[in-house]
Design a protein around this ligand. Structure first.
Ligand SMILES: [Zn+2]
Length: 147
């Protein structure tokens, strides 16, 4: 009777599988009504948890999530004007910059060997392709986790 009461972890382990308990634990449990009551409570809890109906998720979880997301109103005329206006302003600003700095750009690119230029372009394309593939793979993995 000198052994201390079971910890929560020991009580739960005993409630799940009494066979794994030590002999000192068993002797304490035989004499301690408090620990017996706690073991019974956990056993009842585990039984009722097992009897709960399994929660059923939709087979295609991603489409349900996408339906719940708020729709971006791209159909509204004000939204379209806003998107096209920003696109037009940014493209125009880019073209104006190209025109303003054309002398510097021509001098910059004429100083580079063509083979170096192709290597830079190929490397940039490869980086873009691998980044896109990585992003797509990550998206697919997250969708698999959701489903
Ligand atoms: Zn006890």
């Amino acid at each position: 009777m000198n052994t201390p009461h079971f910890s929560e972890m020991e009580i739960q382990q005993y409630a799940v599988d009494p066979a794994i308990s030590l002999t000192t634990m068993r002797s304490h449990l035989d004499s301690c009504a408090q620990c017996q009551a706690r073991v019974r409570e956990y056993q009842q809890l585990f039984v009722s948890l097992r009897e709960l109906p399994k929660s059923v998720f939709a087979a295609d979880f991603s489409t349900r999530v996408m339906q719940e997301l708020p729709q971006v109103s791209s159909k509204s005329p004000a939204g379209r004007v806003y998107v096209y206006g920003i696109s037009f302003v940014s493209v125009t600003a880019f073209l104006v910059c190209l025109y303003q700095f054309r002398k510097y750009l021509i001098r910059f690119f004429s100083g580079i060997l063509p083979i170096t230029m192709y290597l830079i372009l190929i490397m940039a394309l490869l980086i873009l392709i691998f980044q896109g593939l990585e992003m797509f793979r990550r998206y697919q993995k997250q969708m698999q986790l959701l489903n």
